[in-house]
Ligand binder design. Sequence first.
Ligand code: GLN
Length: 242
Amino acid sequence: MSDNQLRIVWIYPDLLSTYGDQGNALVVERRARQRGLDVARLDVRSDQPIPTSGDIYLIGGGEDRPQRLAAERLRRDGGLYRAVENGAIVFSVCAGYQILGQEFINDLGQREPGLGLLDVVSTRGEGARCVGDVLGDIDPRLGLPPLTGFENHQGVTHIGPGARPLAQVRFGNGNGTGDGTEGAYNDTVFGTYMHGPVLARNPQIADLLLKLALDVNALPPTDDRWYEALRTERIAAAQQPA
Ligand code: GLN
């Protein structure tokens, strides 16, 4: 973080914002402000360059064609690579998660290169689309409470040796590979299939992103009663038979 200002970058709202994932940017921004931080939020459309000096970058889900366009533009732009080289934190959802990986299957049924910032490969699932509430246990190394989210994807994602599963599902599909994993992460780059928006349902993940960006071990507490009420409701929903 430079100039004592936390820079949050929301990538391509015009292409990857169809599932309410913009809420993730709102939650990170709000929780940073609640801790008294000076925050600048930048929404970068797909015809604009990606700034390289951001602290936290957020990417959402999207439909298949906008996903391909976003991948092409992010590869060509190169700014996100440089931001990650500079130590930025990236949090991505669904289509955004697939784009950050090594490759995915695009809307034309072809293998599309991703950005290679996360060691995952996505293919198209042969079975039914994965849709519904998910409940999972986040990697104990991260010390976070259970993961709640909503999934809606055809892609399935395989994790390579350079990344770890973000969570193991108790209910739902997650990565959809049959091994119960959901999402993936390395030191600074995170991916998940969870919508919700996922950071509204899991504010502790938003706080993890803030702690990584600020390089601190703890943040001042916040009043999380609203979040807890939402979590309780959605965790119960995940356990209802479909
Ligand atoms: N098109 C991708 C899939 O179906 C991502 C969908 C999404 O972002 N919800 O796997």
